[in-house]
Design a protein around this ligand. Structure first.
Ligand SMILES: Nc1ncnc2c1ncn2[C@@H]1O[C@H](COP(=O)(O)OP(=O)(O)O)[C@@H](O)[C@H]1O
Ligand SMILES: [Mg+2]
Length: 238
C-alpha cells in the first residue's frame, strides 16, 4: 500500500498554561495509516500536546493540520467530525450513563448520519462489553471503562485515533485485551493511530514511528526499529 499523505501534522507548536510554557516548538508529521507512539516521562507535556491537537487547548503559536487542512479555529466537535477520535487519559466515560448510552455519544462525531451503534465491529473488538451493555459506566472496572472509552471513539468512525495512556492503571489481563484490539485496528490498515504509552516494550512493538518528548520538546524521533536501549535509558527510565 502506498499512502504518502500526512494524516496529522503539527508545526512549531507552543502551548502555555497561564504564564508557564509547557510546549516549546513541537513538530510532527504522521503519515496516513501508520501508528505513531508518543513517549516520555511524566510531566513532559504529552497530554498537553494531545489536548491541543484535539482542540481543548489553544496554542500560543504554531499550526495543526488534520488531513491537510488547517484546524486553527475548529472546535473539538469539528475536529471529531473531521476524523479525530480521542480517548482521553483517565478515560472520562460518563458514570451515570449505561454502556450503550456512552457508546451512543460516539455517534455525534459521525458525518454519515448513522443513528445506531455499528455493533458488530465494536463488540467483535471488545466482546467484554456485550454483557455490560445495560450496566452504568461507573460500575465498570477501570479496564472495562478503558475498553468502553476506546469503543466510544471508534463508534465515531475516526480516521485518526488518539489514545492517551490507554493501559495506565489497568490490570495486566485487560492490558493484553487492549493491546490485541490495537493490533487488530492496525491490521485494518486505513486507520492512523497516535498512541501515548508508558509501556515502551509494547509501544516499540506496535508503533511504526516514535516521538520521545522531554521538557516540552521532541527530544528524539524516528522509525521504531531505530529506537535503541540507550535511547530508552536516556529519556524514558526513571
Ligand atoms: N491544568 C494545568 N494547569 C497548569 N499546569 C498544568 C496543567 N496540566 C498540566 N500542567 C503541567 O504541564 C506539564 C505537562 O503536563 P502533561 O501535559 O499532563 O504531561 P504528561 O502527559 O507528559 O505527563 C506538567 O508540568 C504539569 O504539571
Ligand atoms: Mg499525560
Amino acid at each position: 500500500m502506498n499512502t504518502p499523505t500526512t494524516a496529522l501534522a503539527v508545526q512549531d507548536l507552543h502551548v502555555y498554561y497561564g504564564e508557564s510554557r509547557i510546549l516549546q516548538g513541537i513538530d510532527m508529521d504522521i503519515a496516513t495509516g501508520c501508528i505513531a507512539a508518543i513517549m516520555g516521562r511524566n510531566g513532559v507535556g504529552k497530554t498537553t500536546l494531545i489536548k491541543t491537537i484535539v482542540g481543548l487547548l489553544q496554542p500560543r503559536r504554531g499550526h495543526i493540520f488534520i488531513k491537510g487542512e488547517r484546524a486553527a479555529d475548529w472546535t473539538p466537535d469539528l475536529r471529531a467530525r473531521a476524523g479525530l477520535g480521542y480517548v482521553p487519559q483517565g478515560r472520562e466515560i460518563f458514570p451515570k450513563l449505561t454502556v450503550l448510552e456512552n457508546l451512543q455519544i460516539g455517534l455525534e462525531a459521525r458525518t454519515d448520519g448513522l443513528a445506531t451503534i455499528p455493533e458488530n465491529p465494536i463488540y467483535d473488538l471488545f466482546p467484554a462489553l456485550v454483557d455490560l451493555k445495560h450496566q452504568m459506566g461507573g460500575n465498570l472496572s477501570g479496564g472495562q471503562q478503558q475498553q468502553l472509552a476506546i469503543a466510544r471513539a471508534l463508534v465515531g468512525d475516526p480516521d485518526i485515533l488518539i489514545l492517551d495512556e490507554p493501559t495506565e492503571g489497568i490490570q495486566p489481563s485487560i492490558i493484553l485485551d487492549i493491546e490485541n484490539a490495537l493490533r487488530r485496528l492496525k491490521a485494518r490498515g486505513d486507520l492512523t493511530i497516535i498512541l501515548v504509552e508508558h509501556h515502551f516494550d509494547f509501544a516499540r512493538q506496535i508503533a511504526d514511528y516514535f516521538y520521545i518528548m522531554d521538557r516540552g520538546a521532541i527530544a528524539l524521533h524516528g522509525p521504531s526499529h531505530d529506537l535503541s536501549d540507550e535511547n530508552i535509558q536516556q529519556h524514558l527510565t526513571f
